[in-house]
Ligand binder design. Structure first.
Ligand code: IFM
Length: 447
């Protein structure tokens, strides 16, 4: 048996997002978001589930902070709901909305838990969607206004900021594949959105610096890793394209100030262009302090002529799967982190999300979720390998503190260390919670 020891100052945490846990969707002046609209539209989410109540964390803050405290995490990553702060997307600031986040942050700080705050985790104010949403450059200005309001109020209390969570999901999953709000299916639109979201990120970083805030700021792309099925040139190229579309499309502009050339050409050949205006790439590539990286899955892929516009198709080579049918591919975690290191250098990295959907079971005494523990353990080993290899990783956040609204899947896909009964809203710690708690205390893993 080997003991895997992590660095002393490594930050262990958990993560959540506003719409997935808060509930209180129409309280204290909160405006509507695109997720309220989407979830309330028949047929868009599992069994018509909505985030109206979610985990009701808005009213159960103390209980949730007590869970974090007992867990022993050094940091908690949460997001701010834009429509609580600017109910109409722009204009008047809703002080009640800010008060809620002050309360949250104060309680974290009193308990020695460092707040890691995401500004945008997908809840765009509905009013802005009606004006074109992320397809419009005006939304970039609106995002800057929103960020200014938050920085002005909370800027001295929060040291770690993330602009946008998972820009791939904001653009392609939501505007091309139509699976997330606003549920559109137009590739050109999705490309426009990807550019505007990146621009919004860059402008907010710039404002953050201009305000002279003491904290640090970055962005959170979700990454994956696909290995070519064979060494055939076509399979290798198909996987490179998938990497270009999913990973590089967001990392290159931020860290290199340009889109990957071969992807621009690929899209252009298909008749799609990116609405880049003069100066945009300089704004997007403002120096950041760290990268947030979300990793869950990956696999093996190959060329497939008719598959989709990337001519790429995953191949099922027998990976075990989580209960959301995602491949369990811990090695992919190591590979993608090594690739980021080679490609972008020693930028500090926080693993802002990693975790798994498993139902587990309640055996009358405890919530047994051995599969989640196994998933976390295997990914932490790869995390350790990456650190040993010199990747500059500073922290790791389990997704998620508790079961919550898993977007289009509603409450049917639990990712939590804590079980939530969505009828009673009772929280029960799972085995994985106790396992993570013990791990944090000792700082090493037995493998
Ligand atoms: O629940 C989501 C989260 O909002 C963003 N990253 C992936 C998680 C699991 O799907």
């Amino acid at each position: 048996m080997d003991r895997i020891q992590f660095p002393k100052n490594f930050v262990w945490g958990t993560a959540t997002a506003a719409y997935q846990i808060e509930g209180a969707y129409d309280e204290d002046g909160r405006g509507m978001s695109i997720w309220d609209t989407f979830a309330h539209t028949p047929g868009k989410t599992y069994n018509g589930h909505t985030g109206d109540v979610a985990c009701d964390s808005y009213h159960r803050l103390d209980e949730d902070i007590a869970l974090l405290k007992e867990l022993g995490v050094r940091a908690y990553r949460f997001s701010i709901a834009w429509p609580r702060i600017l109910p109409e997307g722009r204009g008047d600031v809703n002080e009640k909305g800010l008060e809620y986040y002050h309360k949250l942050v104060n309680r974290l700080l009193v308990n020695d838990i460092e707040p890691y705050c995401t500004l945008y985790h997908w809840d765009l104010p509905q009013k802005l969607q009606e004006l074109g949403g992320w397809n419009s450059r005006e939304t970039v200005d609106a995002f800057v206004e929103y960020a200014e309001a938050v920085f002005g109020s909370l800027g001295n209390k929060i040291g770690k900021w993330f602009t946008i969570n998972e820009p791939w999901c904001v653009s392609f999953l939501s505007h091309y594949l139509g699976e997330h709000a606003p549920g559109l299916r137009d590739f050109q639109l999705a490309l426009n959105v990807s550019h505007h979201v990146l621009l919004a990120h860059g402008r907010v970083v710039k404002r953050f610096r201009e305000r002279g805030l003491a904290g640090e700021i970055g962005i959170v792309p979700n990454v994956e890793w696909f290995e070519p099925y064979s060494a055939k040139e076509q399979d290798v190229e198909a996987c490179a394209r998938r990497n270009g579309h999913f990973n590089q499309w967001f990392l290159d502009p931020v860290l290199k100030g340009r889109y990957p050339g071969y992807m621009l050409q690929w899209y252009e050949k298909l008749g799609y262009t990116v609405p880049i205006q003069q100066g945009d790439m300089d704004e997007i590539s403002q120096p950041i302090d760290f990268l947030g990286i979300n990793y869950y899955s990956g696999g093996v892929g190959k060329h497939a002529e008719q598959a989709n516009l990337l001519k790429f198709e995953p191949v099922d080579t027998g990976f075990s799967k989580t209960d959301i049918y995602w491949n369990i591919f811990p090695e992919g975690f190591y590979r993608v982190l090594s690739w980021i290191d080679r490609e972008y250098g020693k930028i500090p990295i926080y693993i802002t999300e990693n975790g798994a959907c498993f139902y587990g079971e309640f055996d009358g005494e405890r919530n047994r979720d051995a599969q989640r523990i196994d998933y976390l353990k295997k990914h932490m080993i790869q995390l350790h390998r990456s650190i040993e290899s010199g990747v500059n990783i500073r922290g790791y956040f389990v997704w998620s503190l508790m079961d919550n609204f898993e977007w289009a899947y509603g409450y049917s896909k639990p990712f939590g260390l804590v079980h939530v009964d969505f009828d009673t809203l009772n929280r029960t710690k799972k085995d994985s919670y106790y396992w993570y708690k013990k791990f944090i205390r000792q700082g090493w893993l037995q493998v």
